[in-house]
Design a protein around this ligand. Sequence first.
Ligand code: FEO
Length: 385
Amino acid sequence: MKITDDIIYVGVNDHDIDLFEGQFIVPNGMAYNSYVIKDEKIAVMDTVDANFAEEWLGNIEAAVEGKTPDYLIVQHMEPDHSANIMKFVEKYPEAKVVANTKAFQMMSNFFRNVDLGDKKVEVKNKETLSLGAHELTFLFAPMVHWPEVMVTYDSKDKVLFSADAFGKFGALDADEDWDCEARRYYFGIVGKYGKQAENLLKAAEGLDIEKICALHGPILTENLEHYIGQYKTWTSYGVESEGVMIAYTSVYGNTKKAAEALAEELKAKGCPKVVLTDLAREDMAEAVEDAFRYGKLVLATTTYNADIFPFMRTFIDGLTERAYQNRTIGIIENGSWAIMAGKVIKGLFEKSKDITWTDTTVSIMSSMNEENEAQIKALAEELCR
Ligand code: FEO
């Protein structure tokens, strides 16, 4: 696949993977992107997952048409992109490996007893590398997603090689919406480091970008304002869509009934969007991205072992460890003797920034009574205000 006259896609699709990074379901597989830039000198941008070494090396061979790559540029050392560095070096012993100090340190840990010697080209932030007509500028992007990450700007073709930023789940042959799987990817993988991702956007602001080539997901060639706009919202923990997410766990159905009653009440009041999520059955990464998408969240759960139900705890941990902030939260708590859930939930968000708690908490003793029904109405009223 040609991206420009000189830039060729040499990545691979993975439809065999069960869990990406050991935890994320990827029903439509995953793409590990890699690119060849052909000029007086030839550069290869990153490698791919270990299972695809032969396919990837074959793609490079076809792209370079009998020539030999001069550089392998390593933007990120996570093994989904770096696993084949040594295979590349073995096949192309004359080529140089271009990376920053941190990446070379990691390389020596991933590949024991290997000395790249004079093949190493260590670059600094904002340093450039000329391939001929193409001048590459390396911009460090620490913690998007690991500390050694850098992105690369090609000023000739106006391409930003953005590493994990702007990536998404799903192989390239998957026909699916970018936003949903890019949002799940961003919040699942990079979400904790919004500030650092925001810094990358600021650094890229002055660049004339016509195409974004990420390490996962499609090459973005049109409507870049949309993708950049989404990233601006996500990295700043802004509200993307007006609406309320109700996330619940329910053991015998009574908490679920309350969550559903609230959803009905909100819809009746014309709430623009109500998302009802059973945390025991929904993909947790999908639930987490929804919580970041909407501005208002209701947590409905039972008291359990003087704490909260395990799926709710996992969900809240998923939010707080990703710096969940700038949101309104309401609580529906349930318990059959000592109700603790609300108190526990508030404690878990103690260190979170800019959380507004609703005045109303729905507090249920085993099953809803008339007072609870009134509380549900009051909570809906507050959330619609
Ligand atoms: Fe796609 Fe952070 O590796």
